[in-house]
Design a protein around this ligand. Structure first.
Ligand SMILES: Cc1cc2nc3c(=O)[nH]c(=O)nc-3n(C[C@H](O)[C@H](O)[C@H](O)COP(=O)(O)OP(=O)(O)OC[C@H]3O[C@@H](n4cnc5c(N)ncnc54)[C@H](O)[C@@H]3O)c2cc1C
Length: 497
């Protein structure tokens, strides 16, 4: 006899899973079981300072994966592990997808009159519902009653690096973008962050704080879902490893929110994927699983900072340590969307355990054409997938990268925050924004879920996390992931009386 644990079983208590658990358990008639593989309290007793990223060597809060960023260039991917997932360890930049990003999703998803669409107008109520915008308050563009506090560091408190970078960008004629969450044209401006008094407020703690005590919500941490069982085109149960034991939990509705790497891995382990890869293990053919993904390549330009003289410098008024990014420049050039990031600290200082390293400007391609690919581990079903990013494989991405680095160097020169270090070449890395490994769409040959996040052809099975983005937005994905989960919670709830 398989125990029926809850009406809805959610796999993964990260950014999206936490939102789903909180929203679905608002209905006392709906019982919810949230299963998170990382250990820890669902609502951590002490939040982490936003200027520290706890992702360094040996951190128990992350899992690392190897990737090939481009031929001959290995890279490391980081994913959060534990309540809050990647949102609990990230840079706390909380910027929405743009209207153009969401229009481009619509063309893949195939919405239209009378169908569920993903335009900016469709998404806006859910962006508003998720946030408490401390700067703009409640308006047609913003919410003031949501769980995630959003604020921009006032210009008067900017670090020297930010103040000088913004002044240089303005002097070079780039337009201002005072509110990067207003859906307006790109420019130079402050970064909205999910920070409260210097502390990162991730969706895990923001949403679960209000929900954790509900009798209809159960959270298991340190428990991993090893597989999904489906028969006759419907999900039946999830297989869980908990306290070293394997148990089968009946799932009327199962929602996979294990993130853009572990979600496809779990589908593969459950026989869902491309039959040409899974062979005889195929239970339900869906060739779109892992077929392609998108992520933001980032080229970092290391520099020697000009020594600071806080007392003598009118631009300096540092109080609580700044977040890693206080302001950035977004622009759409002929080669695509670009984001130039004046990081306020070196990643040697911001990431505990990292070696000393110089500060950098980041030049990220925000609408890359190149697509990555993921396939299951060749021999170990529980092993990490094989990941290839294929960064800069498209000549237009290469041209955009060269132009972005030139612009970053120009801004470095003009701002006087430092000088590029001779002999240290710009370094190609990743922004850690991997998305789209199980994309939303109407074509069952290439997509994995429909416009309501239902897995094609398997009743009762949803995927709600960054793996369903048709493509990575041209801003960081976190705010958009939370919006997606807010909206998907409604889709799922509408399946309950
Ligand atoms: C270092 C870093 C910095 C970043 N900085 C930013 C930023 O500043 N701004 C921004 O917009 N984006 C940023 N991102 C990206 C953003 O944080 C992620 O895109 C987003 O949090 C992903 O949300 P998710 O719900 O898809 O997955 P996650 O938040 O990763 O959640 C997945 C959860 O599922 C759990 N899980 C996995 N497999 C299983 C299983 N089999 N059983 C049970 N549980 C499982 C994991 O432990 C994890 O908790 C950053 C990411 C990283 C890693």
């Amino acid at each position: 006899m398989v125990p029926r644990a809850a009406d809805v079983v959610i796999v993964g208590g990260g950014s999206c899973g936490s939102v789903l658990a909180a929203r679905l358990s608002e209905d006392p008639a709906c019982s919810v079981l949230l299963i998170e593989s990382g250990a820890g309290d669902p609502v951590p007793a002490s939040p982490t300072p936003a200027h520290i990223l706890p992702i360094g060597p040996g951190s128990p809060r992350v899992r690392l994966y190897s990737t090939t960023l481009r031929r001959g260039l290995a890279g490391t991917l980081v994913r959060g592990r534990g309540p809050g997932g990647s949102g609990a360890v990230n840079g706390a930049y909380f910027v929405r997808a743009t209207p153009a990003d969401l229009e481009s999703w619509g063309s893949t998803i195939g919405g239209g009159p009378g169908r569920t669409g993903w335009s900016y107008g469709d998404a806006l109520p859910y962006f508003r519902r998720s946030e408490n915008d401390r700067d703009f308050g409640s308006s047609s563009a913003h919410g003031a009653a949501g769980p995630v506090p959003v604020s921009r560091r006032p210009a008067g408190e900017w670090s020297t690096t930010t103040a000088r970078f913004v002044a240089a960008a303005e002097a070079m004629g780039f337009p201002g973008e005072p509110d990067k969450n207003a859906g307006g044209p790109p420019g130079i401006g402050p970064v909205p962050c999910n920070i409260d008094r210097g502390m990162r407020v991730d969706p895990g703690s923001a949403y679960l704080a209000a929900a954790a005590e509900r009798p209809n919500l159960t959270v298991w941490t340190g428990a991993t879902v090893a597989g999904l069982q489906s028969t006759a085109g419907a999900v039946r149960a999830v297989q869980v490893i908990r306290d070293g034991e394997s148990l089968l939990v009946e799932a009327g509705t199962a929602v996979v929110a294990a993130g853009a790497i572990e979600t496809p891995a779990l589908l593969w382990r459950s026989g869902i994927g491309d039959p040409r890869i899974l062979g005889a293990a195929t239970v339900h053919p869906l060739p779109g699983v892992g077929r392609e993904f998108s992520d933001h390549p980032e080229i970092t330009v290391p520099y020697d900072p000009v020594p600071r003289r806080p007392a003598a410098d009118p631009l300096v008024a540092e109080r609580v340590p700044p977040p890693i990014l206080e302001a950035c420049l977004n622009l759409n050039s002929g080669d695509g969307a670009v984001e130039i990031r004046p990081y306020t600290a070196s990643f040697g200082d911001a990431v505990p355990g990292n070696p000393r390293m110089p500060p950098v400007l980041g030049a990220a391609l925000m609408a890359p054409r190149g697509r990555g690919r993921m396939v299951p581990h060749p021999t170990d079903p529980l092993g990490a997938p094989r990941i290839e990013h294929h960064y800069l494989s498209d000549p237009r991405d290469k041209a955009a990268a060269v132009a972005a680095v030139d612009l970053a160097r120009g801004l470095l020169d003009a701002s006087g925050i430092g000088a590029p270090i001779d002999g240290m070449t710009p370094h190609l890395g990743t922004s850690q924004h991997l998305s789209g490994t199980c994309p939303m769409g109407s074509d069952v040959g290439t997509s994995v879920v429909d416009q309501c996040c239902r897995v094609h052809g398997i009743a009762g099975l949803y995927i709600v996390d960054t793996s369903v983005f048709p493509r990575v937005p041209s801003r960081g994905p976190h705010a958009t992931a939370v919006m997606l989960a807010e909206r998907a919670a409604e889709f799922i709830a509408s399946g309950f009386p």
